[in-house]
Design a protein around this ligand. Structure first.
Ligand code: FDA
Length: 401
């Protein structure tokens, strides 16, 4: 069967792209190998889908080319997606840091995208595995030919929206990377990101009393990560919580260039802990009790035990209190790795943006071949940025494919 456009991957980027191309009057086929469409949307945001972030900007993304995402984000903005959500009567609310969530289930976003596709006349092949993709000579008969479990399909344009590698049990595959390589496009090596960090056994043994404790902190991965002021959670395997997930992406990038350092956790953000403890040098309060004024008591006690020091403040020399304060503001932790794709939210790396047009998402060297969403080397922070990239890049390709 012949189509104008075939989109591979009925996730966030693929569905939005298919609906847009269909609206332009293109004859579109959307192919997905999974039993259910939009599975990553369904589980996102704790089931409520953090579908965008009002404060989205290029600085919220990691990519070898940090400017690549600029054009698509400017042409299909968070406000554009919100307008679509409102048109469909989906109730939503804003949480901290500009994050927008559905009031009800994430399924409402999947239903919205499916309705938009149906209204635009998009055809579906699903579940349908793609076995091979060929490029035909430009003979007016369609440039791409796909062998699939449901037969052979041809199209002038092929949009690859097959996502990254996070959560393999939801159908993630390296399909998009392989296809890029088949057509000679470079791929930045993928790595799990927005992922909990593992700690080595000796550190885990020492931190065991803190397992399950969450603190409002600020984490960073020096030298070049931003500081993320959110919760840090200590687990039986290492470090998690939003601040750590954010930092993990930067920590992973540093690893890729052989510059992996540690993670610093500021346990008292906004407080000069050295000065605060020094001011209390005459107090007879135990160190852990003083810290419990600002940290969970269990955490304060376990942290003092880790430091091997929990005496009344007036028994410490001033320089020791200052040193303890400095460690409270910059508690160094050295992860041994990540918990991998099974626990990651996204994939760093992907199809190298140098090979794509930022205006259209089309491969520069393969006319008619487009890559959108997470398969591209553009990775957002935690907080709705990854869906916004999926919508923006999918929309852009939908105008040209
Ligand atoms: P996506 O992964 O959505 O879709 C890819 C599609 O391609 C899938 O339907 C898959 O079945 C299909 N596919 C793969 N290989 C194929 C093949 N060989 N043949 C045919 N089809 C194939 N982001 C955010 O902004 N806010 C949030 O709240 C969350 N929450 C969240 C929670 C969890 C647990 C995870 C794992 C991830 C998030 N994310 C998120 C990230 C977000 O889900 C992700 O960035 C987008 O879904 C990416 O959209 P894509 O359309 O690119 O890929």
């Amino acid at each position: 069967m012949r189509f104008d456009v075939i989109v591979i991957g009925a996730g966030a980027a693929g569905m939005l792209c298919a609906a847009e191309a269909g609206l332009r009057g293109r004859h579109v086929l959307l192919v997905d190998h999974a039993e259910k469409i939009g599975e990553r949307i369904r589980i996102s945001g704790g089931g409520r889908c953090n579908f965008t972030n009002r404060e989205t900007g290029p600085a919220n993304y990691l990519s070898r080319n940090p400017h690549f995402c600029r054009s698509a984000l400017a042409r299909f903005t968070p406000a554009d997606f919100v307008a679509r959500v409102e048109r469909h009567g989906i109730a939503y609310h804003e949480r901290d840091h500009g994050q927008l969530f559905c009031d009800d289930s994430a399924q409402t976003i999947i239903d919205m995208l499916r309705r938009d596709c149906e209204a635009a006349g998009v055809r579906w092949a699903q579940p349908c595995a793609v076995e091979a993709v060929r490029r035909l000579d430009a003979d007016g008969d369609g440039r791409f030919e796909l062998d699939t479990r449901s037969g052979v399909f041809r199209a002038q344009s092929l949009v690859v929206a097959s996502g990254g590698l996070a959560v393999p049990k939801l159908g993630a595959t390296p399909f998009g990377y392989r296809l890029a390589e088949q057509f000679g496009l470079p791929v930045v090596p993928p790595m799990p990101a927005l992922v909990p960090l593992a700690l080595p056994p000796d550190a885990l043994a020492r931190l065991k009393p803190l397992s399950g404790v969450s603190v409002a902190a600020a984490a960073s991965a020096p030298p070049d990560s931003p500081v993320f002021s959110e919760n840090v959670l200590l687990t039986h395997r290492g470090l998690s919580g939003p601040a750590i997930l954010q930092v993990s992406s930067y920590w992973q990038l540093q690893a890729a260039v052989g510059q992996r350092g540690g993670v610093l956790v500021d346990l008292l953000p906004g407080v000069d802990a050295a000065a605060w403890l020094a001011e209390r040098q005459r107090s007879r309060t135990l160190l852990s009790n003083a810290l419990a004024e600002r940290l969970p008591k269990r955490f304060a006690q376990a942290w003092c035990a880790l430091e091997g020091s929990d005496r009344p403040l007036d028994t410490y020399p001033l320089r020791s209190l200052r040193a303890l304060g400095e460690r409270l503001n910059a508690w160094p932790l050295m992860p041994s790795g990540t918990l991998g794709y099974a626990k990651a939210e996204v994939t760093l790396g992907g199809v190298d943006t140098d090979a794509l047009s930022s205006k259209t998402m089309e491969a520069r060297s393969v006319p008619g071949l487009y890559f959108v969403g997470e398969v591209v080397d553009v990775t957002g922070w935690l907080g709705g940025y990854n869906f916004q990239w999926a919508w923006s890049s999918g929309w852009v390709a939908g105008q040209f494919a």
